[in-house]
Design a protein around this ligand. Structure first.
Ligand code: AMP
Ligand code: GLY
Length: 448
């Protein structure tokens, strides 16, 4: 895994000096969003990074490494590049290549097998790729979650009858990946029945809704908890809260995420202890018991119901825009933790956290999450002095930077207090200009 590098000595332990080799690695990050920008920003700071590449990256990731025009699920092109550039580690940002089996592809090829991939194999990625699989996993391992049942086309009549017995509102979830759109919260029985039919009979979400999970509606406050595991032990990374709705006051359509804060004030030690004992430990032990190898991040979407955590969803990657708030709070070397995942000695590694608060405000194209225009010139980025601007949907064009997606930039401030971080990130989001620009000015203010 390591290229040769200088030798250094760990701090004197008092008994003996342990010598380690500093691993200088060529690292490839797969993805192109704000999350991957944050990974690139952090990994570029590591003394253990030799060359950093991002495939395909965006106009911002080019500041931290070299962008490579390869799409995230083009495994053969990725493999050729990895061999050509002697990549020592591949970090997978989004879920799609994981669910499609990028890690399995590496393990199946004799010439790639030795190169660690951070992100689970296809089987583990089912925790995100199939809501029904995730539900069965949680039930099997006693992880608290909303009561549910799953139905397919041949059991539609039973599904409709089941709906009659349930309280409202009720949640319908397409089993497969549906670009974040596959969850419906239905306020009336009529709506729930017609949506269930639309999903199962009319393939409302394509193949993703061949199966539907009908789930009890939980009332509480959501937060995201992140775990890094080598499949044996784990580290609990900083938690974050994400703001999903497009409109201020959490109104309007769901988006990929309009902002985030870390830490989450209500996730105190008592609550996080419950999360660890009731959810994280049974999840890691459950994976082991089921014989599911897992090396990578687990993003646990939680509902805090009167002080008790329930799992809403598992994702098999980091969150976006949560990563943009989480990584700036990690003071120590992320690459060291990733090496621990690859080598299976994560328990020997440690990390240090900033006591500051991070706030991220996402700047989007007007019209998002519906239709929007791209190709707008982005100006005044240089006016931002006290926040980090992570690029998401951007591209380099004729020497300038243009919009190239719905979520365009993620502006992150790290300050002593939540209030200062929110003020700084919000003010800096306002300093950037492109035609049709929109951002929420109320991110995190509900937590003050
Ligand atoms: P997901 O795609 O699983 O993240 O779900 C999208 C959103 O739907 C979540 O972030 C929650 O706000 C909401 N949601 C999902 N499941 C439930 C549930 N059982 N009760 C209440 N809200 C839910
Ligand atoms: N911010 C939510 C997600 O990454 O799925």
């Amino acid at each position: 895994m390591c290229q040769s590098g200088p030798v250094y000595s760990d701090a004197d332990s008092g008994k003996y000096r342990q010598k380690k080799y500093l691993c200088k690695m060529n690292i490839l990050i797969i993805g192109s969003g704000g999350r991957e920008s944050a990974f690139a920003w952090k990994i570029a700071q590591s003394k253990q990074t030799a060359q950093l590449y991002i495939a395909p990256g965006n106009a911002g990731t080019g500041q931290y490494g070299q962008n490579v025009p390869i799409q995230v699920s083009d495994f053969e092109e990725i493999a050729d590049f990895v061999l050509d550039k002697q990549i020592n580690m591949v970090l997978v940002g989004p879920e799609e290549p994981l669910v499609k089996g990028i890690h399995d592809y590496f393990l199946e090829r004799a010439d790639l097998r030795h190169i660690p991939v951070i992100g689970p194999q296809r089987q583990g990625a089912q925790l995100e790729g199939s809501k029904d699989f995730a539900k069965q996993f949680m039930v099997r391992h006693g992880v608290p979650t909303a009561a549910s049942r799953s139905f397919n086309r041949s059991t539609l009549a039973e599904g409709l009858a089941y709906l009659e017995t349930q309280k409202l509102p009720i949640v319908l979830k397409a089993d497969g990946l549906a670009a974040g759109k596959g969850v419906l919260i239905c306020a009336t029985l009529d709506e729930a029945k017609s949506e269930l039919k639309a999903m199962l009979e009319d393939a409302k979400f394509g193949e993703a809704s061949n199966k539907v999970v009908i789930e009890e509606y939980l009332t509480g406050i959501e937060l995201s908890v992140f775990v890094l595991t080598d499949g044996n032990t784990y580290k609990v990374l900083p938690s974050a809260k994400d703001y999903k709705r497009i409109g201020e006051g959490d109104t309007g359509l769901n988006t990929g995420g309009m902002g985030s804060v870390s830490p989450v004030p209500f996730a105190d030690n008592v609550f996080m202890d419950k999360v660890e004992q009731r959810i994280i430990v049974p999840t890691i032990e459950g994976l082991k018991r089921d014989g599911i190898p897992y090396k990578g991040f687990i993003f646990i979407g939680l509902m805090n119901v009167e002080g008790n955590p329930y799992v809403i969803e598992y994702n098999v990657r980091m969150g976006d825009p949560e990563t943009e708030s989480v990584l700036p709070r990690i003071e120590s070397d992320l690459v060291d933790l990733l090496q621990g995942v690859a080598a299976g000695d994560l328990f020997e590694r440690s990390f240090t956290l900033s006591s500051k608060t991070a706030a991220t405000v996402v700047v989007v194209s007007g019209g998002y999450p519906g239709t929007y225009e791209s190709g707008k010139a982005i100006n005044n980025l240089e006016n931002v002095k006290d926040s980090i601007v992570f690029h998401a949907g951007t591209r380099e064009e004729k020497g300038g930077v243009q919009t190239a997606g719905g979520r365009v930039l993620a502006v992150t401030a790290l300050e002593d207090t939540l209030f200062e971080a929110l003020q700084q990130a919000t003010a800096d989001a306002g300093r950037i200009y492109f035609e049709g620009k929109y951002f929420r000015k109320d991110i995190g203010f509900d937590l003050l």
